[in-house]
Design a protein around this ligand. Structure first.
Ligand SMILES: Nc1ncnc2c1ncn2[C@@H]1O[C@H](COP(=O)(O)OP(=O)(O)OP(=O)(O)O)[C@@H](O)[C@H]1O
Length: 277
């Protein structure tokens, strides 16, 4: 172990015995290789967590990493749409194969298994959590450097299952300025600490709107408090993403991979550094 242990597993990525003596971690499919798993979480829905998961994956793939997205947001799956994937996942007696995006990102989502993408998933918690487990154990993930897990919002059954079964190397918390940011970040931070998952930092989405003429940043949801809240928990702010029609349009068109923007200039090296072996 290269760093001195301060017994706070939430700020450390080492895997040592004291980390989790009675681990519930499950092995992935025997044909899968997944090197790093990054969870993307939010305290509540609609803050752009799926958008951030998709854009992070697109950026990591562009950097040359073999990248995957597991859409663990079973009742509100929006990942395939952002990547323009409409077909169904294929499988055989060995397992299920993820769909591939235009740039080769491996994607698994419940929407790739439903007969009709508009069919609602009206399942009880344990069934939903079981589906996420299956995405880990029965999908054949091909030589993945970084897997981003788009978590369901909140701190319920499914995030719990993900944290218990999948060896998550770190989480990124997504917030938006109008939420009760301090309470919601506090809940996400506490859950990660209880589960001994390192927190890489916070990304604020829909942070501001840029005036197309004078380029002034307008904080339409009011003044952001993300810096203060991050400082309170000793976490870095990994980025502030503007609310822009380009993001909404790219997502609606299934073209998230074509978006250009340097919104992740801080987040990418932070994720790389936090997930180093
Ligand atoms: N920065 C942005 N600028 C413009 N539109 C955005 C931005 N971020 C997200 N959106 C849009 O907001 C909507 C909600 O985003 P998204 O689905 O990523 O949220 P979410 O937090 O994953 O929601 P849920 O948890 O309910 O699934 C989407 O239609 C998306 O296109």
């Amino acid at each position: 172990m290269s760093e001195t242990c301060n017994h706070d597993c939430s700020s450390c990525s080492q895997s040592c015995e004291s980390r989790d003596p009675k681990s519930f971690l499950e092995k992935p499919h025997e044909k899968s290789t997944i090197r790093k798993v990054i969870g993307v979480v939010s305290g509540k829905g609609g803050v752009g967590k799926s958008m951030v998961s998709s854009m992070l994956a697109a950026n990591f793939q562009k950097k040359g990493y073999r990248t995957a997205v597991m859409d663990a947001d079973i009742t509100g799956p929006s990942i395939p749409k952002a990547f323009g994937i409409t077909g169904r996942a294929m499988g055989n007696e060995e397992g299920i194969y993820p769909a591939l995006s235009k740039t080769g990102i491996q994607i698994m989502s419940v929407n790739l298994l439903l007969e009709n993408v508009t069919d609602p998933v009206i399942w009880r918690g344990p069934v939903i959590a079981g589906t996420v487990k299956q995405f880990w154990q029965e999908v054949i993930w091909d030589n993945v450097d970084y897997m981003f897990v788009d978590m369901p919002p909140g701190t319920g059954d499914v995030p719990l299952t993900v944290f218990q079964t999948i060896p998550v190397d770190g989480i990124v918390i997504v917030t938006s300025p109008q939420e009760l940011v301090s309470m919601i970040v506090a809940k996400a931070v506490k859950m990660a600490q209880m589960m001994n998952i390192p927190i890489i930092g916070i990304i604020e989405n829909m942070s501001y709107v840029e005036c197309p003429d004078c380029k002034k940043h307008i904080e339409i949801f009011g003044k952001s408090h993300v810096d203060e809240v991050a400082a309170e928990y000793n976490l870095p702010v990994l980025g502030k993403i503007p609310m822009t029609p380009a993001i909404a349009a790219a997502s609606d068109a299934g073209d998230i991979e074509s978006l250009d923007g340097d919104w992740f200039a801080t987040a990418i090296p932070a994720i790389e550094a936090a997930s180093k072996a």
